[in-house]
Design a protein around this ligand. Structure first.
Ligand code: MG
Length: 169
């Protein structure tokens, strides 16, 4: 029988999310509350970045999507998405996998994310239990196009690489 190639121990996943923006007192991104005059419409705390990250982790292990694991009927109003991520990370570890690195994009027109990116990166690294050097956070505007460009929405995309058989913790 042929040995498995080393790359067979790696799994890549991709996740996206988008939430409507309304007038409010802050937006949660990557587990960080950013005070501003906007808020995301959501059942949970509306953290698009953590929701996209959850879908990327699930995708890497062919474990479905966030809606299957957390249907709206089972999510408390305003629920902290860090709690949801912790549950999915437990599932990742139970599948003998561990995150290697993640690359994140936030699409946002209504305020600049530059000063928040290091804090968001550190937050995600802490939540995943990996070095901040394994987390990248990018911010883009939509050049005035579409719902993000109109300031009506905030979106995120995340790619996550997982290693199988790696020691957890
Ligand atoms: Mg969401």
């Amino acid at each position: 029988m042929q040995d498995r190639p080393p790359s067979d121990n790696l799994r890549v996943g991709f996740g996206t999310d988008i939430h409507r923006l309304v007038t409010g007192e802050g937006v949660k991104l990557g587990g960080v509350l950013i005070p501003c005059t906007y808020a995301c419409v959501a059942v949970s705390d509306g953290d698009v970045l953590l929701h996209a990250l959850i879908d990327a982790l699930l995708g890497a292990l062919a474990l479905g999507d966030i809606g299957e694991h957390f249907p709206h009927s089972r999510v408390a109003s305003g629920e902290d998405s860090r709690v949801l991520l912790a549950q999915i990370l437990n599932l990742v570890h139970a599948n003998n996998a561990t995150p290697v690195n993640v690359d994140c994009v936030v699409d946002l027109e209504v305020f600049k994310l530059a000063e928040w990116k290091p804090k968001i990166r550190d937050s995600i690294a802490g939540l995943l239990g990996i070095d901040p050097g394994r987390v990248n956070v990018k911010a883009k505007t939509a050049e005035g196009l579409g719902p993000v460009g109109a300031g009506e929405a905030i979106a995120a995309q995340v790619v996550a690489l997982l290693a199988l058989g790696a020691k957890n913790g």
